[in-house]
Design a protein around this ligand. Sequence first.
Ligand code: SF4
Length: 331
Amino acid sequence: MRIAGFEKCSLVDYPGKMAAVVFTPGCNMDCFYCHNRWIVSAGADFCAYDPEQVLEFLDTRNGLLDGVVITGGEPTLQPGLEEFIGRVRDLGYPVKLDTNGTNPARLGRLIERGLVDYVAMDLKAPLDSNGSHCDYESLCGSGIDLEAVEASVRLLLQGWVEYEFRTTVAPQLGRDDLMAIARSIRGARRYVLQQYRVPEYAQSGTGVSPVSSALRHGQDAHATKTGVPPVFASNAAQVSAAVEAFDRAACREQDDRGAAYDVASDPRLSFPPHSPYLILEWAEQIAPLVRCVQTRGMGTIDTAIVAAVPPAEFTPSYDEREESLIPQTAV
Ligand code: SF4
């Protein structure tokens, strides 16, 4: 299990809980608005923390923290994920997993073994691009296995574990796209619309996140916010190794996109975010399709909307649940 970043305490990552956040490196998507770009670029082998030290830290916070969030990057790419989560749970913490849903087999095993208490799964765009303006490829890069994402949706809808689906309302997504996503998760317990923000790396115009310089200068405050060495920043060797690996990753990203790539001129980043009021209006229209729509990250109008739906229509009976949680067709 590789750990790229660690945040000691967060009030916004685990609904209703004060939680530590563990960031795993690498991702199999490439969303242009990713706020953890450096974690994605660093690759799944990047490691800034010793998992044993993270576990030791969590042990010292027992009784002060309510839970642990495993996020990324994409955590299901990590070998040893089950063992790490098992040890976190042995410390008495409930665990929330953030995933893009591309690994339903692993997700199913985690749920089946009772290792996760809450799953937040991203739905980036409509799964069926028929009639939609925006698709996964245009937001998250090519080669994404949408059948796997659909299998994860079906798995969570069975309701064996608490979950939410969530969509960052990128400027390219319109009302019809969000309605199409909501139809594909019809009856879901919770659907969260997250406000899109232009990522920091784009604002800098360099393609390189300010995280690198934060690491370099050991700016603990910024590091805590972004999830980079807050606990072990005093370990000079570790920080310097992290900086080196990060800079290599940043260079690789520039190379992949071509030497002349200028992130600030990526046309996808020139679209202005939707108004929060428009998103709220869309949330109200979506509400009849799911049991709860929530908006998140929208400042003063952040709110939750509970949809009144006939329970019989949306609650699967036990018999309707599949015998095995692990999709048989998934790899
Ligand atoms: S799936 Fe998440 S971590 Fe991966 S690139 Fe997209 S936003 Fe970033």
